[in-house]
Design a protein around this ligand. Structure first.
Ligand code: ATP
Length: 239
């Protein structure tokens, strides 16, 4: 029997008042997988991540995580505690706080002080630039460094699943490549990732599987190689 997925989104509907943003979205992420969700502006990608994180309540459908916990009925802080960390679009690091303070905020629900110190050391090993800048305010970091900080902050919560919303947004090509190398590396160490990207090419090269979201509905799903070859994906998203 196939093991149950880590995350199963089932027939999810989300509306903003009269605006219907998601209309029956279903997808899964298995343990150890990178799954990408690609789609144009306004397709509903961020809405899906925000709903998984509990920031938006769905009007129908289910979000099942881990051993069967229903995230669609849970408060956001409990969803973090259950093992889901969200790196929002635009990074949203605390600009006036230092790099260290930003990282400590990522661990705000943990009480294991020694473990938190160890996690900090792990972040500095993975992201040496953050150690070099540890007492600088986050505002002084470059866009790519801020994205690293946002990812490291999310990892400080020790998630089982990382939700990444447009990590390459606004970054120069070199910084984008670095971020994708980091995503690959985190996944190689076992982290499951749901990745939203407008840069479909890079996303499909790092992910094992993908879904295409169009105006609130999944219109295609396949392994990344097939999606990269698909005429629909090529004409609409790979330019
Ligand atoms: P982008 O890449 O531009 O962020 P997206 O695929 O993430 O696009 P969403 O931001 O999820 O798309 O938006 C999906 C739809 O919901 C869009 O039509 C958008 O205008 C609408 N929408 C998003 N947030 C709100 C809101 N707070 N109130 C009303 N409508 C919203």
């Amino acid at each position: 029997m196939k093991p149950a997925p880590l995350l199963a989104v089932d027939d999810l509907h989300v509306s903003y008042g009269a605006v219907s943003a998601l209309q029956g979205v279903s997808l899964t992420v298995s343990r150890g997988e990178i799954v990408t969700l690609i789609g144009a502006n306004g397709a509903g990608k961020s809405t899906l991540l925000r709903t998984i994180s509990g920031l938006i309540r769905p009007t129908a459908g289910a979000i099942v995580f881990g051993e069967g916990e229903r995230l669609d009925r849970m408060a956001p802080h409990l969803i973090v505690r259950a093992g889901v960390s969200h790196v929002p679009e635009g990074r949203q690091v605390f600009a006036n706080l230092t790099v260290r303070e930003n990282l400590e905020i990522g661990a705000y629900q943990r009480r294991d002080r020694a473990g938190i110190r160890q996690s900090l050391e792990e972040m500095f090993a993975s992201f040496p630039v953050l150690e070099e800048r540890v007492d600088q305010s986050a505002a002084t970091l470059s866009g790519g460094e801020q994205q690293m900080l946002a990812i490291a902050r999310a990892l400080m919560a020790q998630p089982q699943l990382l939700l990444l919303d447009e990590p390459s947004l606004g970054l120069a090509p070199l910084a984008t490549q670095k971020i994708f190398a980091i995503i690959r590396d985190i996944n190689a160490r076992g982290m499951s990732i749901l990745l939203i990207e407008q840069n479909a090419h890079m996303a499909l090269r790092v992910a094992q599987r993908g879904y295409v979201l169009q105006t609130g509905r999944i219109v295609l799903e396949d392994n990344s190689d097939n999606l990269l070859r698909s005429p629909e994906v090529r004409s609409a998203y790979l330019g």
